[in-house]
Design a protein around this ligand. Structure first.
Ligand SMILES: [Zn+2]
Length: 284
């Protein structure tokens, strides 16, 4: 299952992709996470990316593609992937097709006014990073984190002007991608208004329409496949609330098979990982 999830910023795309990846055991490829990871690492691609991200501008294709290709090559899922936040323009879509096929493109469509409200109402704790929303998920005391009393602030990239710019850019750049996938019969439009579960159910319905044999898997609680190799699901940064990612992290050291790829992931915590991983891979 090779999915692309399209949707404007703040449409809840990351959460939806994360839920799909858990349910169907897919590799969740979130370019936003890959970028933040690279920035946090201070890698050369990360440093370049930061300049753009700080102003709300789109990060150039070459940087995003470099990060994505690196991640795709270093991890292999048995069951497929869900791409979240990529491609963002027609050029990227075409470059993507050079290294992988895509089976289904799900475009989450939300009214722009609602998106603006979602983004500009968001507040983040300076201490623990907990996310609140002035209207949809307010803290108990204004401006203060429920968990640790930390100060809540508006992220630079949730500023109204930045969000508007991002939405405009999204629309301009995404229209041609949508047309492109529509012309190849791979696109399904998903109504994005509603709760997280409502939107997830619409996504699942679209997936079952494409793969009727997955009907059982698409309904009811998520069945965690005990046999799923840890390597098929590297714990990515970002919204991954499932205890599963945690569990895998703990057993990582025992999993010979997944060790190599897991080690790649550990690269983020350079210096902290000193497990008994298999031998180093060249520059990989
Ligand atoms: Zn906090």
């Amino acid at each position: 299952m090779r999915l692309v999830l399209l949707g404007p910023p703040s449409a809840g795309k990351g959460t939806q992709a994360s839920m799909l990846s858990t349910r169907f055991d897919l590799l969740h490829l979130a370019t936003g996470d890959l970028l933040r990871e690279a920035v946090a690492n201070g890698s050369s691609l990360g440093k370049k990316a930061k300049k753009y991200m700080d102003t709300g501008a789109l990060v150039p294709d070459a940087i995003v593609i470099g990060l994505l290709e690196g991640k795709m090559k270093s991890t292999q899922s048995q069951t497929g992937f869900v791409l979240d936040g990529f491609p963002r323009n027609l050029d990227q879509a075409k470059q993507l097709e050079e290294f992988t096929d895509i089976d289904l493109v799900l475009s989450i469509e939300v009214n722009p006014g609602l998106l603006l409200e979602r983004a500009t109402g968001r507040r983040v704790c300076r201490t623990c990073g907990a996310v609140y929303h002035l209207r949809f998920n307010p803290p108990k005391a204004p401006g203060v984190c429920d968990k640790d009393g930390g100060e809540l602030y508006l992220r630079d990239d949730d500023n109204e002007e930045v969000v508007k710019k991002r939405l405009r850019t999204y629309e301009e750049q995404t229209k041609p991608i949508i047309q492109h996938y529509e012309s190849t019969g791979k696109l399904k439009r998903i109504e994005g208004d509603g709760s997280i579960d409502e939107v997830q159910n619409r996504l699942l319905a679209a997936i079952v329409e494409q793969w009727p044999q997955l009907d059982g898997l698409a309904h009811g609680p998520i069945h965690k496949k005990a046999a799923a190799p840890a390597s098929s699901r590297p714990a990515m940064q970002g919204p991954r609330p499932q205890a599963q990612a945690q569990g895998q992290r703990q057993q990582g050291g025992q999993q010979q098979g997944g060790g190599r790829r897991r080690k790649r992931h550990r690269g983020r915590h350079r210096g902290r990982y000193n497990g008994p991983g298999p031998r180093q891979q060249g520059n990989n």
